[in-house]
Design a protein around this ligand. Sequence first.
Ligand code: HSE
Length: 309
Amino acid sequence: MPDSVLVHAPATVANLGCGFDVLGLALAAPYDTLRLRRTDAPGLTIAHLDDYGLPTDPAHNVAGAALRALLARVPEPVGFAVEIRKGIRPGSGVGSSAASAAGAVVGANALLGNRFSRLELADFAMAGEAVASGARHADNIAPAIFGGLTLVRALEPALDIVALPAPPLWVAVVHPQIEINTRDARQVLPAAVPLGLAVRQWANVAGLVAGFLTADFALVGRALEDHVVEPARAPLIPGLAEARRRALAAGALGGGISGSGPSIFMLNRDGETAHAVAAALGSVFAELGIAYQLHVGRIAGEGARVVAE
Ligand code: HSE
């Protein structure tokens, strides 16, 4: 058993339009890098090798909270010293908190002889996500741990995650540098959904999953439509409608807000189209005078993993 591991934990796109809090996919990049060392003394120390000013008190740090949940299930006295280098900007909408939480528990599991299943790791990592957003949701955690495309079928009475193979699509993401935190973005959501809208929404969720599984990417494009969450959050993201218009004109299948935003994702049939779509997305924010970052890559088949000991 190693006593130190280096872990990469990927960014993720949650919701995928219609699948609020249930669907998600893993990106090949960006990713967080974590070094974990096992210590004989019980307890946790967290250090951040970046300048985002994130809390390092384990109770208030997403990786710390996830590790505390894991340690509660470990009978022997053991602790971890963790160093985190954020490759994913906090508040970007591509699962920054989920990546640190997932990377921490995957690394700790390797240091404990891989005694926990991926489903158990996802359950621990959700404790970290709750610290970040105040809500228990696993739609970033699931792809951050399982990779590919994931469906969180239930949180209660037990976490139930369906891991689907990664479709051979490319993702273009624009991250406009606007502050939106998940907690605030959840507060603008409607408390109730009219039945007619709910019917259209779950028809799209079923269509999207069917499109992925049968490689019917025209269906994927038609189903990337959100009648419930995007209308409430759209006012938080200037340029969203224009970004979608230009991305579709550049050949994207479809897309929407990535997680709770402000990032916007678009799915594409190939890399060339994804790069053209990313440029189209970026052009909107350049014209608005808003700084932005672009990420282009395939859907990653793997989630958080040990890359060196
Ligand atoms: N499903 C969550 C939300 C994801 O949209 O609030 C947060 O990244």
